[in-house]
Design a protein around this ligand. Structure first.
Ligand code: AMP
Length: 538
């Protein structure tokens, strides 16, 4: 292992200390790992499949050495952005923590994105370095902007050499400094980077451990959902409390494998999109579900029927969260106790809700004049608190439109009940959520409209039992579904392309010529779809 952990003297050992003038202000999410490596070097920190892959001493050491390489060999300076474009892997932890340890900002990108989309994130974030999984580095190289100085393949000889660098101390940051640039799909077709500070993720981590899922040393977190999004946002809470990060060997979500991991690792928890929970329920009934600590559903609506089935099958371990990249996993939560309370007369209504606001935020359902709406009345959901993003990266207009009068405007519509439970009604931004992944129609429409035989295109989500929603494209024109499918595959991520097409002579529009999506959704019920011949491929 080389030099011992003692070389990593933190610049300021007591870590988080805001407001005391005699002391430097300092914060860094990497301090939780640094501390764990010092106090519990032999404690398992990461598992791969059924075996321990890193102890806390090893993980802290790897992060400190890789941080040394980022600072002293690649000459990055505090605040520089580093993109991680990787499937779930144990090295994700090395890289994420090395970035923070070195005082840099992480930009975790969805590994399923198309090369052009990853290229856009690299360019927009002005990242100097990108860590990529071996199977996507070529796609990135083909679309890398001139601003990218190094593309490093995770696990390559070059990567291993960087891990031999001299360890450095954690670089302390200000609480408001950028820790995670969270790219969300944009309504304008381009993703926007929600700026999440060290302080925001510090509070989000405490909120999780206090209100969703108590964590004891040795408790496992199974990373079945992407570490670049939902699952990754729970890494810090588990590190702070000496949990074990378990990465499935498949690198993702295979229900039978997940059940095997559940029986192998102590007190497992898992973040899951509702579609994943459905797939766990559809898996063989003899899969052992005893001992699961928590399954956290989030990112899309959880059907009441599925919640009840999960409760029957897995026991009282289901929780739900509602959040968005702009307030990561931290707007409301429906607790395990609420979900399991069958005798409560309000039980079914509670299951249809997303729960109560987290203690770390204020949540308001606002009317058109931003006035608080009474219980039972719908309005836009607003949220404020230390967990909320500082704004969108290099996008003052979108930041000002979304953060107004101190409130985050979520674009979601909902209503509180008399007891303060929030139910989501709609998504005012037209977002489609398919299999837990967000798809903004405009992104897909822009691609479809590039086809010379497409005059108009409008994309909507059609409710679907398996996926939550599927992407359906309404087309005015004579293009063939196969041609449109090929066009989408050449420009956007596979999961965003329409599953089916409807060809119509015209689209419903208002007086100003704006396509009326609500009307289109109403017309869509039961409409037969035309499929591309290649639609059987994933
Ligand atoms: P993202 O920024 O990718 O996390 O997506 C956030 C959006 O997903 C929210 O604005 C909601 O529209 C939706 N969402 C998140 N959590 C839930 C939930 N528990 N139930 C229903 N929709 C949700």
């Amino acid at each position: 292992m080389g030099a011992g952990i003692d070389v990593m003297q933190p610049a300021y050992p007591s870590g988080f200390c805001a407001g005391n003038k005699k002391r430097p202000q300092g914060m860094n999410l990497a301090l939780w790992l640094e501390r764990a490596g010092r106090s519990h070097p032999g404690q398992p920190a990461a598992g791969y499949g059924n075996r321990v892959a890193r102890s806390y001493g090893e993980l802290a050491q790897r992060a400190a050495r890789l941080a040394g390489a980022l600072r002293n060999q690649l000459h990055l300076t505090p605040g520089d952005r580093v993109v991680i474009a990787a499937q779930n892997c144990v090295e994700y932890l090395d890289v994420l923590y090395a970035i923070w340890h070195a005082g840099l900002a992480a930009v975790p990108a969805n590994a399923k994105l198309h090369g052009t989309e990853l290229g856009y994130i690299l360019e927009h974030s002005h990242a100097k370095v990108c860590f990529a999984s071996p199977n996507i580095d070529a796609a990135i190289a083909a679309h890398a902007p001139a601003t990218l100085q190094r593309l490093l393949t995770i696990g390559s000889a070059e990567y291993e050499t960087l891990l031999q660098a001299d360890a450095v101390a954690v670089t302390l940051r200000e609480p408001h400094d950028l820790a995670w640039l969270f790219y969300t799909s944009g309504t304008t077709g381009r993703p926007k980077g929600a700026m999440l500070s060290h302080r925001a993720l510090y509070w989000a981590s405490h909120a999780y451990a206090a209100e969703v899922d108590a964590i004891a040393p040795g408790d496992a977190l199974v990373h079945a959902a992407p570490m670049s999004h939902g699952s990754g946002l729970y890494i810090m809470a588990h590190t702070a409390r000496l949990g074990i990060h378990v990465v499935p060997e498949s690198g993702g979500f295979e229900p039978e494998e997940i059940f095997t991991l559940f029986t192998h690792w102590p007190r497992p928890s898992m973040f899951a999109a509702p579609t994943m929970i459905r797939r766990l329920l559809d898996c063989r009934a003899d899969c052992d579900a005893n001992g699961i600590r928590t399954i956290i559903s989030g990112g899309a609506p959880l059907y009441v029927e599925d919640a009840i089935e999960a409760l029957d099958r897995f026991g009282p371990c289901l929780a739900q969260i509602y959040g968005q990249g702009e307030s990561p996993m931290t707007i409301t939560t429906l607790s395990k106790q609420d979900i399991a309370q069958r005798n409560d007369p309000r039980w079914q209504a509670r299951l249809a809700s997303v729960g109560r606001p987290f203690a770390c935020v204020d949540v308001m359902v606002a009317g058109a004049q931003e006035q608080p709406m009474p219980a039972g009345k719908s309005g836009e959901i607003l949220c404020r608190g230390d967990v909320v993003m500082a704004g969108y990266w290099q996008d003052p207009q979108a930041s000002a439109a979304t953060l107004r009068n101190g409130w985050l405007h979520t674009g979601d519509v909902g209503a509180f009940d008399d007891h303060g439970y929030l139910t989501l009604k709609d998504r005012s931004k037209d977002l489609i959520i398919s299999g837990g992944s967000n798809i903004y129609p405009r992104e897909v429409e822009e691609v479809l409209l590039k086809h010379p035989q497409v005059r108009e295109a409008s994309v909507i989500g059609r409710p679907d039992r398996e996926w939550g929603e599927i992407v359906v494209a309404y087309i005015v024109g004579t293009a063939k579904p196969d041609e449109l499918d090929a066009l989408c595959l050449s420009q956007i991520a596979r999961f965003k392309r329409p599953k089916g097409y409807v060809f119509v002579p015209s689209l419903p529009k208002n007086n100003y010529g704006k396509i009326l999506k609500t009307e289109l959704r109403a017309l869509d019920t039961g409409r037969p779809l035309r499929f591309p011949d290649s639609s059987s491929s994933a």
